[in-house]
Design a binder for this molecule. Structure first.
Ligand code: SF4
Ligand code: SF4
Ligand code: SF4
Length: 314
């Protein structure tokens, strides 16, 4: 019998939803035979407060599987997430925004009020209007990952997540077994040539081209970290590799850490500093160390920098 499933998106760019669609042909039997989708704003018109707005409380139908994407950064996200937790037996956080705050949690590195004012008084189409305070959900004090607000049963990171593993999570839940997912680091799935030591003592900026022979296989390219680039493969969870090569490395671009830390609760910033040192690279040569948390700024990892107040000299 098909398993009732509800999907929801919170602070999402919809890339995770595109990743679900990118399951491709295998998605058809999933949505026609395996799953009975009872709620999915992406696919169907289902109102939160009754079809004609007659309801007084936010309601999502009961489901066995719940899948949420996106971070939690306003009151609406929070209420929708709490309702999903109440109505779904198993709740899956899908994508790095849902599991670690993702790109939106970069905002945690600044004062929230200043950030909102910055957005609505500069890049807004009506800069004079300021920060809206009616008809939009009020922002929370910072950007949260889903598991900071409700119990999450399963996490599948990635920005976006790998469609192959989204399908594996769905099928495993429907079959009542544990999913078979990667558990190691991006480096463990990378075939770049490693010699155990860096070739430079300072981090190179990516405006300098990496060294590789055009057309030659990845096995013949020296590891990008050993070349001196900030490749976060050692501190990032595996899962993006296709045909045996991690996504960015196949394009000869350093890993930026989008699948989050290898272990739950891991800190990519600290681990990366250790990775640089063990390759003989001076960690102080990293221009903006906090940018290493660009995908994982929730869970209190990224906080506003205290302002240095210049003392006036008389
Ligand atoms: S994890 Fe990436 S793809 Fe998914 S919603 Fe966040 S930014 Fe978009
Ligand atoms: S550091 Fe980067 S290039 Fe080197 S093995 Fe790891 S993922 Fe591959
Ligand atoms: S190589 Fe790193 S940044 Fe690129 S897709 Fe994989 S995990 Fe994400």
């Amino acid at each position: 019998m098909a398993v009732t499933t509800a999907l929801e998106w919170l602070g999402s760019c919809s890339g995770c939803e595109i990743a679900i669609l990118n399951i491709g042909e295998d998605l058809l039997p999933l949505i026609t035979e395996t799953l009975d989708i009872v709620h999915a704003p992406l696919l169907m018109d289902h109102k939160y407060f009754g079809q004609c707005g007659e309801g007084v409380t936010l309601e999502i139908p009961d489901a066995v599987i719940g899948i949420v994407t996106g971070c939690v950064n306003n009151r609406e996200h929070l209420e929708v997430l709490q309702e999903m937790r109440t109505k779904c037996k198993v709740l899956v956080a899908l994508g790095t925004c849902a599991t670690h705050g993702g790109i939106p949690a970069l905002m945690n590195g600044q004062d929230q009020q200043e950030s909102w004012e910055g957005i609505f008084t500069t890049v807004s189409t009506d800069p004079g209007a300021g920060v809206p305070d009616v008809e939009v959900p009020p922002p929370l004090d910072r950007v949260y990952a889903c598991d900071e607000k409700v119990r999450i049963d399963m996490q599948l990171p990635g920005c976006p997540p790998n469609p192959e593993f989204i399908a594996e999570v769905i099928v495993s839940l429907a079959e009542g077994r544990d999913p078979i997912l990667p558990s190691k680091s991006v480096c463990d799935t990378c075939l770049a040539k490693r010699e155990g030591k860096g070739t430079v003592d300072k981090v190179k900026r990516f405006i300098e081209n990496v060294e590789f022979e055009p057309g030659a296989p990845i096995e013949e390219m020296r590891c990008l970290l050993e070349q001196g680039y900030m490749c976060m493969g050692p501190v990032t969870a595996a899962g993006c590799a296709k045909r045996g090569v991690p996504g960015c490395i196949s394009a000869r671009v350093p890993c930026r850490g989008c699948f989050g830390p290898v272990r739950k609760g891991g800190n990519q910033l600290l681990d990366m500093m250790n990775g640089l040192v063990s390759n003989g690279i001076d960690y102080k040569s990293v221009v903006d160390r906090r940018s290493i948390l660009r995908f994982t700024g929730a869970h209190g990892r990224l906080r506003p920098v205290k302002k240095r107040v210049a003392k006036e000299k008389n």
